[in-house]
Write a protein that binds this ligand. Structure first.
Ligand SMILES: Cc1cc2nc3c(=O)[nH]c(=O)nc-3n(C[C@H](O)[C@H](O)[C@H](O)COP(=O)(O)OP(=O)(O)OC[C@H]3O[C@@H](n4cnc5c(N)ncnc54)[C@H](O)[C@@H]3O)c2cc1C
Length: 479
């Protein structure tokens, strides 16, 4: 191991190789649940250096964990065993000028999402992926997890926003697939294979991303509603009436608002009255001639007339819009600061969100009486972050958690949905996936992993385990 460390230190220099003692900031995941001290952190400056690190680690039989912004929520970006090098892309932050006519841009995997937003917005363009961690999450990590976010229903997930990729494969070879076209059916869709591979099939080093013209009109409203059923009905109304102009439709609950207001400094509640649920709706158009104000006003009128909306406000300035968004985006942080929690990243067909929340609530009370559920997320694509805090002042018994998570996953899959909507599997959901997906699907994934990484050095234990251990969770009745 000393040989490897000397070799990497010699190849990468003092900026590019951090010994174990300097690796502390890279060691634990965002939720502080996973991560042991790695051998060290490699911070290559370019693709060739990445390839050299991969070859050196492979020769030494040392595992590699690619790391972007380390905001992943499933423990996939940190070391599990000490014979591991964390490969941080944080120095590969080059952004080439956007190609406005083609609607594309070539970037390094270490570019932080908000930095990309700033650059393209100066050119009258947008990169339409937005999420609460955009000030830290990096392009390689966003592709690695196939991130979704608040506009996924309109512009797609990260896999839909990637035109081309460059990847260092587990044997150190470089695959240059940096094409800049949407239509490229020359064989298997390799760029999509790496989206969502969570560092298990190779290291993404550069990407060509899709850009869109910046909207010329935008309106935003925050609404209070008496129930999640009302929120879903109002969401359906928006999708029907505002159709292609709908660009965000986020929902959250009053419990989540209480936690955010309690724990997040400087956050205030912007409406006159509280209610059980909230919806943040945003409409955008490429032409300033589209009367978005009128469309939104009509939606609010209809919502109030039908008893779906109890209070609401339109953002009259950019600061007010940011305030509304902050209330939504601080939902995870408020609950994290409240203490122990179980996070579930569920997706169901949008028409079944209210049914999931009702049935999920029953499951929680059966398994963990007094559980406080905080459902929030992306109403238009059915993605519910169904996060659970223990009863006030109480703790969740560790042995009740697998049963709870498995029952909620079964409820989602029983509704033709998913138990891993946009955060991936990482390390924390591999056993859940083994229990929840069909053996044929699992065998396909394992075959891919073994074909690309026969030595098993790329992020082992993430996404798919080499041995299948069916866990015997105690399953509660979930009729
Ligand atoms: C407050 C908050 C809000 C969030 N909201 C959302 C949301 O709305 N939607 C959503 O989808 N996610 C969300 N997330 C989760 C997280 O931000 C995303 O998963 C994001 O894509 C992770 O990017 P990262 O750069 O931090 O990746 P990391 O956490 O560093 O890595 C994530 C995974 O990708 C792999 N990886 C990293 N870089 C590379 C690379 N260059 N090549 C290959 N594999 C790589 C890692 O090994 C790991 O398995 C949120 C997280 C937080 C903390």
């Amino acid at each position: 191991m000393l040989d490897l460390q000397e070799r990497l230190s010699g190849r990468l220099g003092s900026k590019g190789w951090l010994s174990q003692a300097d690796a502390v900031p890279y060691q634990r995941d965002w939720l502080d649940r996973f991560g042991v001290a790695p051998l060290g952190v490699a911070r290559p400056a370019d693709t060739q250096e990445v390839a050299d690190v991969v070859k050196a680690c492979r020769a030494a039989g040392v595992r590699i964990v690619p790391q972007g912004g380390n905001t992943g929520l499933c423990g996939g970006a940190v070391a599990h065993g000490q014979d591991t090098v964390i490969l941080s892309l944080s120095r590969m932050t080059h952004i080439e000028p956007p190609e406005a006519e083609s609607g594309s841009i070539r970037v390094g995997a270490g570019v932080v999402l908000s930095a990309l937003h700033e650059v393209v917005e100066r050119h009258g363009l947008i990169f339409p992926l937005h999420l609460g961690a955009e000030g830290s999450a990096r392009i390689g990590g966003l592709i690695g997890t196939n991130a979704g976010g608040s506009q996924a229903f309109r512009y797609g997930l990260m896999q839909d926003l990637v035109l081309g990729l460059e990847v260092v494969l587990p044997d150190g070879e470089i695959w240059n697939g940096l094409r800049s076209v949407l239509k490229d059916n020359a064989g298997y869709q390799l760029r999509k294979l790496f989206a969502g591979s969570e560092g298990t099939l190779g290291v993404i080093t550069r990407a060509v991303l899709r850009l869109f013209p910046a909207p010329r009109a935008r309106v935003t409203a925050l609404l209070a509603l008496p129930s999640h059923e009302a929120a879903m009905a109002f969401g359906a109304l928006v999708r029907r009436e505002a159709a292609e102009f709908t660009s965000a439709l986020e929902f959250f609950s009053d419990f989540g608002v209480s936690l955010a207001l309690k724990h997040v400094a400087g956050l205030t509640f912007p409406l006159e009255s509280r209610d059980a649920a909230y919806v943040l709706v945003e409409l955008t158009a490429g032409s300033a001639l589209v009367p978005l104000d009128d469309i939104l006003a009509s939606l609010l009128e209809q919502g109030m007339a039908q008893g779906l909306v109890s209070d609401g406000a339109l953002a009259m300035s950019e600061a007010q819009r940011a305030h509304f968004w902050r209330l939504r985006e601080e939902q995870p942080e408020g609950q994290r600061l409240e203490g122990q929690q179980v996070k579930n990243d569920i997706c169901v067909p949008p028409g079944k969100i209210a049914a999931f929340i009702a049935a999920g609530g029953q499951i929680c009370q059966e398994i963990l009486p007094g559980a406080r559920v905080n459902p929030f997320g992306h109403l238009a694509d059915g993605n519910i972050h169904y996060n659970i805090s223990p009863p006030e002042g109480g703790e969740m018994a560790a042995d009740s958690i697998p049963a709870l998570v498995q029952a909620l996953a079964s409820l989602a899959t029983g509704m033709d949905g998913s138990f891993a909507a946009e955060h991936g599997l990482g390390r924390s959901k591999v056993a859940l996936a083994d229990n929840s997906r069909h053996s044929t699907e699992r065998a396909l994934m394992l075959a891919l992993k073994q074909a690309l990484d026969p030595a098993g050095i790329m992020n082992p234990g993430v996404v798919v385990a080499s041995t299948w251990q069916r866990r015997t969770f105690q399953m509660p009745g979930i009729s």
